[in-house]
Unconditional design. Sequence first.
Length: 179
Amino acid sequence: MEHAPAAVALRAVELDLAARGSLTSTVIRPAWFMEDFSETFLQPVNDEIVVPAGDGAEAFVSVEDIAAVAAVTLTEPETHAGHAYAPTGPQALTMAEAAAMISAAAGRAITYRDTDREQWIAAMVSTGIPAEYAAVLRPLTATVASGNGARPNSDVLEVTGTAPVTFAEFAARTAPAWK
């Protein structure tokens, strides 16, 4: 997002906050959420994860780690003022690798299938996802598919003092959602 033009809404908000001298702010730009596999658009359907992400990898992050980073920045605003953090998980995984870990946790085969981006976006909208959110998913999936997904970093550990949740830990505790 830090490279996005000011016309992109999220970047416009960041730039506006940075320009306000009377406010302090901290920007948190997380990687894709692990919980997308159990609660939203990456949930396996008919034992398949279908998303146009190709063979690209992403350092999926737990929403608990994002919340922990946010909590620290809110309770220590002076320490984190003007900083931008990009919380990630400790490893970058392809969708196929994530599907394999989910399979192991769920005790059944879950596979990954790449698909056409525009057809997928249309299908998301037809299931009730707002068109505005689907429009955000287009560049997100393209970024991962192009090999430019989030790479692991130390932001969660440095801000919270705790190592981020691994995808295997997430899959093990979330297994009931896939059984």
